[in-house]
Design a protein around this ligand. Structure first.
Ligand code: UPG
Length: 692
């Protein structure tokens, strides 16, 4: 029997150190709940964490001072322990607005501790700082700095950290049998996750050395100012103990495990330095970053910064001895990872041309609608429910059917509007298939067949993510992922899929790329997108009437009365590119719901078609709106459906769908190979919608 994972509440989990710690927590088998007021961080960090960790991460936009909001989290989750990062952290700013610092950092912590007491959550790892030591060089023998060094912060920010340390000690002293506190004094965290997906994203002008240098390197700032070279050090610049943020994150896991391992009937309240024990000067770090980036960053030596001291280097022996933790990565590795983060995300998480709103009225972050290409002449809105294409606007006109919120998409018979279809698009005859000698039966949900993955349909699954990017001026991407575990599926194998939407606002194209990998056993797979287009929504929203279509081939899979393939391929009455005139869709006819094949002689075998050339398979045009849609794909076939059974708030023939994919019921006939994904293989396919 497996025991349930311990749940850790991470306050400030959307921030720099918090987000990196969430990665390590999940890798170590913990579950995480994040609370963050997002005053200096972005929800996009959490969305990216979901893809990085392949885990859903419950998120609450709550300020710790809001006791009622925070209590909801304790009510909704069985929290085992807390890692407390949330707080204001800019030294300089704290001297300008000290009351905000005291109010936010101290009151937030008090509210948190009171609720922890109320809900009997007694383990906390606290994010303190080396700043509590103040200027340790005022003593003759305190460099490197041991935990015993007398404390004396020199700014309000540091005072709040010290005050919280005192609060934790007092609380522990009041009940030293139950409270378990780990106080971690960080030295200088730098770097980013090696994936390049998460990193430090300072608002405004960065205060700290590395983020400032990175912004100079990517061209956002002119040059670095080195604050003084007249210190008593190797090169005249101050010495700090820089520590890779991934090492720092691991220090939290080590301390949490240390608290977990403590005697049940004995509390603890203890401090640990998290540093490397090695100091680097500003110019040494500068050199390391220039080497990592390959850019000679311009700099100027200016006067000393008020409050800076010569040397802050940790004595990390206690953490090594007791937590069995020490740094593994050096400054060069941190610079390399920071450079990857900076080049992959030169503007951090906040991107122009991307908007997000909530899919549910109560602003639950789980339901998000993200618009990529926002504000431009071509934009796509995507919901994380079903990785659904929830809107597509061409020159301001919506050309797809959609619902205004999640409730519509969740309604019965929602007709898969805009959704990602999986694991298996289209029908599986009688819901039966056989793989590796085993028979499988899916729930029948469509006449005598299973359709679109049946009860495990992806259209109502909440996808992880997205990762939002703006890789070049006109291009915006949104990447979603879904882990469809075998224990929750009628299909064999645990399947992980990704859906990547790419909008090009200049060429008015939307690309959708699917990938899939399976673990355990092989699975049938066939993915597509089920957008219903209406190219004349503005003038004639009630019908697709008047839409002119042409396709690449009139060859189509013949089906019987139960829509099960007969084995033959026949011609349908539809205009191809060889015909002079298109087929015009009327009020009631022609009605299509057919799987057309691009090349009838081909028996497709590839489970991954992604590297194939995109082929134009269907063109649709409406003369009233003058909007033309071209559908391209790497797939061997495409279902054309004139929406004759549309319901759930829509009328029949209010939209039409073109769904590229694999042959209908391929898993049960000679086309089986191309829809069978085995462990170790990668499924892939691409669709493109192009407008003019
Ligand atoms: N520095 C420059 N130019 C810049 C920024 C910094 O020369 O544009 C120098 C600065 O003078 C210092 C060194 O770089 O010598 C590091 O500065 P910075 O990155 O700002 O870190 P610290 O001042 O050491 O403070 C950090 C955190 C603080 C934490 C402390 C713990 O900002 O919150 O308490 O490290 O050591």
């Amino acid at each position: 029997m497996t025991t349930a994972a311990k749940k850790v509440l991470v306050t400030g989990g959307a921030g720099y150190i918090g987000s990196h710690t969430v990665v390590e927590l999940i890798e170590n088998g913990y579950e995480c709940v994040i609370v963050d007021n997002l005053c200096n961080s972005s929800y996009d960090a959490v969305a990216r964490l979901e893809i990085l960790t392949k885990h859903h991460i419950p998120f609450y936009k709550v300020d710790l001072c809001d006791a009622e909001g925070l209590e909801k989290v304790f009510q909704e989750h069985k929290i085992d322990s807390v890692i407390h990062f949330a707080g204001l952290k800019a030294v300089g700013e704290s001297t300008q607005i000290p009351l905000r610092y005291y109010h936010n950092n101290i009151l937030g912590t008090l509210v948190l501790l009171e609720l922890m007491g109320k809900y009997d959550v007694k383990k906390l790892v606290f994010s303190s700082s080396a700043t509590v030591y103040g200027d340790a060089t005022r003593f003759p023998d305190m460099i490197p700095i041991p935990e015993e060094c007398p404390l004396g912060p020199t700014n309000p920010y540091g005072q709040t950290k010290l005050a919280i340390e005192h609060i934790l000690h007092d609380l522990y002293n009041s009940d030293n049998k139950t409270w378990k506190f780990a106080i971690l004094r960080y030295f200088n965290p730098i770097g980013a996750h090696p994936s390049g997906l998460i990193g430090e994203d300072p608002l405004g002008i960065p205060n700290n050395l590395l983020p400032y240098m990175a912004q100079v390197a990517v061209g956002r700032r002119e040059k670095l100012f080195v604050f003084g070279n007249d210190y008593d050090s190797r090169d005249g610049t101050p010495i700090r103990d820089y520590i890779h943020v991934v090492d720092l994150a691991k220090g939290h896991i080590a301390s949490l495990k240390y608290l977990d391992a403590q005697d049940q009937s004995q509390g603890i309240c203890r401090e640990w330095n998290l540093g490397s024990g090695t100091g680097s000067t500003v110019l040494e770090v500068y050199r390391a970053f220039c080497d990592a980036s390959g850019i000679e960053i311009p700099y100027e030596i200016t006067g000393r910064r008020a409050g800076d001291v010569l040397n802050l280097t940790a004595k990390p022996d206690r953490a090594k001895r007791e937590l069995k933790w020490q740094t593994e990565l050096d400054v060069a590795a941190a610079c390399r990872d920071l450079w990857k983060w900076s080049t992959d995300n030169p503007f951090g998480y906040q991107l122009k041309g991307i908007d997000a709103k909530f899919g549910t009225p109560d602003e639950e972050f789980d339901g998000r609608f993200v618009t990529i290409g926002a504000g431009s002449r071509f934009q796509a809105t995507i919901a994380n429910l079903g990785a659904t294409l929830a809107d597509l606007k061409v020159d301001g006109q919506s050309v797809v059917l959609n619902y205004k919120d999640e409730a519509g998409y969740l309604s019965k018979d929602s007709c898969y509007i805009g959704a990602t279809i999986g694991r298996y698009a289209n029908r599986i005859a009688h819901g039966k298939f056989n793989l590796n000698g085993k028979d499988y039966q899916l729930t029948i949900n469509n006449g005598v067949n299973a359709n679109h993955g049946s009860i495990g349909s992806f259209h109502v699954k909440r996808f992880l993510g997205p990762i939002l990017k703006n890789p070049s001026k006109d291009i915006f991407t949104a990447e979603y992922a879904l882990v469809d575990k075998s224990e929750n599926s009628e299909f064999p194998g645990s399947l992980t899929v990704t859906v990547l939407y790419t909008v090009n606002v200049a060429t008015k194209t939307l690309d959708i790329e699917y990938t899939g990998n399976v673990e355990g056993e092989a699975t049938p797979i066939n993915m597509t997108n089920h957008t219903y287009f209406n190219l004349n929504k503005l003038n004639g929203p009630e019908s697709i009437e008047g839409t002119e279509i042409q396709v690449i081939s009139k060859k189509s899979i013949d089906v019987d009365a139960n829509t099960i393939p007969t084995g033959s391929i026949i011609d349908r009455d539809i205009a191809t590119y060889n015909d002079a005139k298109p087929t015009v869709l009327g009020k009631r006819s022609p009605d299509y719901d057919y799987c057309f094949v691009i090349d009838e002689k081909e028996v497709p075998t590839e489970v991954n078609t992604s590297s194939k050339k995109l082929k134009l398979v269907t063109t649709a045009y409406h003369p009233d709106s003058n909007i033309k849609l071209e559908v391209l794909t790497t797939e061997p076939s495409y279902q054309v459906y004139t929406g004759d059974w549309l319901c759930a708030g829509y009328h029949p023939r209010q939209g039409f769908a073109v769904e590229p994919g694999r042959y209908v019921d391929a898993i049960n006939n000679k086309y089986k190979e191309c829809v069978t994904l085995k462990p170790g293989e990668t499924y892939g396919s691409k669709i493109q919608y192009r407008f003019s």
